[in-house]
Design a protein around this ligand. Structure first.
Ligand SMILES: NC(=O)c1ccc[n+]([C@@H]2O[C@H](COP(=O)([O-])OP(=O)(O)OC[C@H]3O[C@@H](n4cnc5c(N)ncnc54)[C@H](OP(=O)(O)O)[C@@H]3O)[C@@H](O)[C@H]2O)c1
Length: 213
């Protein structure tokens, strides 16, 4: 498939390199042609402006700082039906609270003609860049929130291209849970904790009540 990245930073490069390797055509889009071209050259992609990348294909990775994402997007005139992957995290790095309560939903309201899919926000760029990694023998699960099942499936394919496992996590109304989870996890990691210790395995999660769903 054809994938444009709106942004030429760490996330665009980390994810884009795998999609190129998997055989997709990727255009790295940036506001500075030189920076976009340098990233594109490193990963074997094309480069262009933000506008060009946003119109390049059926999928657009939104890889901008959350504080500018909506403003930039509304200037881009994405084609109706485009699948827009929102990997943004809008947390305040001073105290790991959310600066925007529901980023993916805000994006969807700003560009209602596109199919917004929340994914790739839970792990750092190095986890994507160095994919596939397995942790304690299990491939990383990547939660996906979307209202459009076809768009969710498409992003699931792009998760598998990294060697990771897509995990359906509900509609876009639940994307804010992923955003809050990222803020919680990073806040715990930076203060020396390990979020991997927070949850029991599924078999133990419900005690004597069998889990459903
Ligand atoms: N890095 C991570 O570990 C990670 C993990 C999960 C989610 N995320 C989220 O992913 C998103 C991208 O993160 P990143 O690490 O890729 O960021 P980054 O490396 O800082 O790159 C940000 C990109 O946004 C562009 N940009 C910044 N301000 C802009 C503006 N006003 N107009 C147009 N373009 C602008 C930058 O362009 P220039 O190069 O021209 O400055 C750059 O291409 C963020 O929302 C972040 O929260 C990041």
């Amino acid at each position: 498939m054809r994938i444009g990245t709106v942004g030429n930073g760490a996330m665009a490069e980390a994810l884009g390199q795998h999609w190129v390797r998997a055989g997709h055509e990727v255009m790295v889009g940036g506001r500075d042609p030189g920076r976009a071209a340098a990233v594109a050259a490193r990963i074997g992609a094309d480069s262009g402006s933000l506008e060009e990348a946003s119109k390049y294909g059926e999928v657009v990775l939104l890889a901008l700082p959350a504080e500018v994402a909506v403003e930039v997007l509304t200037e881009l005139e994405l084609a109706p039906g485009t699948t827009l992957i929102d990997c943004t995290n809008a947390f305040d790095h001073r105290d790991f609270t959310l600066a925007v309560a529901a980023m993916a939903e805000s994006i969807s309201q700003a560009v209602p003609h596109v199919r917004v899919v929340k994914a790739f926000n839970l792990a750092a760029d190095a986890v994507w860049r160095d994919a596939p990694q397995s942790f304690e023998g299990a491939a990383l699960g990547v939660p996906i929130c979307a209202d459009d099942p076809a768009a969710a499936d498409l992003v699931g394919t792009l998760v598998r291209d990294l060697g990771y496992v897509p995990v359906p996590a509900g509609t876009l109304a639940r994307a804010s849970l992923l955003e809050a989870t990222a803020a919680l996890a990073v806040g715990i990691w930076v203060t020396g904790g390990d979020v991997r210790t927070l949850f029991p395995p599924k078999a133990a999660a419900f005690g004597s009540t069998p889990p459903t769903g």
